[in-house]
Design a protein around this ligand. Structure first.
Ligand code: SF4
Ligand code: ZN
Ligand code: ZN
Length: 307
């Protein structure tokens, strides 16, 4: 029997390759809670803070909600709220929404649901179909991500949230960093690291940014969170999934590389230009880097937004 390297008593259930440490169930749970708390810091975990949490029903968003609720529960005048977006993906999203709702009810977290249909007048499936008819080859995730971010920001803004919490894990961030490096997209890199400063943008936080995907999953299973685990039907089409495979291979051969990609990026980010959205979108009035914002650009191209 392998013994936990932390308490040196209980049986180990997890071996962390990059550190060489073994964890028992209790020590692993404590380790994750402490690490995420440290990631957020006292700037975020304090009184008079309202956090909107983007909840898809997947393991990442629900583990994030589980932890944030626990941190904020004893703090007076603070609140965490579930923000659930139904993109309209047949045979997939309903189940995730259901699990997110069940989670919020079980843990007494207030929540709000918005659909793409309500927000822009059509579902993601319809957007993909329209793009196909018009021979627009962009990946469904591009449409989905841009519009979902807008929906979440609008929800958080209307609810008066100080922060918008997104459940991206270490793997997600390492993938995003590499995708932007490979494409040489400095603007997106800067936005990834520093966000956009504008009164109409709710500041984002990513509590799980230093927790690898496998550890998020282990944590969810150990504390008994029921999450949506089926992959989205569009996910295999994504460029991101290719990058994920490359990073997994790298991590297997050289443990710790996902950490170093993210840690290196965070050191670099302070040298990148701070993004300021100086214009206002002609159609929706949201702050934008150009005359027409990304959301309206997509909707125009697909004839969803008229005039
Ligand atoms: Fe949207 Fe792509 Fe995620 Fe599916 S995999 S929910 S299309 S971003
Ligand atoms: Zn232990
Ligand atoms: Zn717009």
């Amino acid at each position: 029997m392998e013994i936990c390297s932390i308490c040196k008593g209980r049986e180990s259930i997890y071996y962390q390759r990059h550190s060489g440490l073994r964890f028992c169930r209790e020590c692993f749970i404590r380790y994750v809670k402490k690490k995420v708390r440290k990631t957020l810091g006292r700037e975020v975990i304090r009184q008079h803070i309202k956090i909107g949490m983007g909840l898809s029903g997947g393991k990442d968003s629900l583990v994030m909600a589980y932890l944030l609720r626990e941190y904020f529960d004893p703090i007076p005048n603070s609140e965490v709220i579930g923000l659930i977006v139904d993109e309209g993906i047949e045979g997939f999203r309903k189940k995730g929404v259901e699990l997110a709702v069940r989670f919020c009810e079980e843990y007494n977290i207030p929540y709000h649901i918005t659909t793409f249909q309500e927000f822009i007048g059509c579902t993601l499936d319809e957007i993909v179909e329209r793009a196909r008819e018009r021979n627009i080859t962009a990946n469904p995730c591009t449409f989905c991500g841009v519009i979902r971010r807008r929906v979440l920001n609008t929800m958080a803004l209307e609810l008066g949230c100080n922060y918008l919490a997104i459940g991206h894990n270490l793997d997600d961030i390492a993938q995003a960093v590499m995708m932007n490096y490979i494409e040489g997209d400095i603007r997106k890199l800067a936005m990834l690291g520093r966000g956009i400063e504008h009164p109409k943008f709710v500041k984002r936080i990513k509590p799980l940014k230093y927790i690898p995907e496998a550890e998020v999953k282990l944590f969810a299973d150990l504390v008994g969170i029921k999450y949506h685990s089926e992959p989205c039907p569009y996910s295999s089409l994504s460029y991101r999934s290719e990058i994920a495979e490359i990073l997994d291979l790298l991590e297997r051969r050289h443990p710790g590389r996902k950490y170093s990609i993210v840690a290196g990026f965070e050191r670099l980010v302070k040298y990148l230009p701070l993004e300021r959205e100086s214009k206002v979108c002609r159609y929706c009035g949201n702050p934008s880097a150009s005359e027409v914002c990304k959301v309206c650009e997509i909707l125009k191209k697909l004839d969803i937004l008229k005039n």
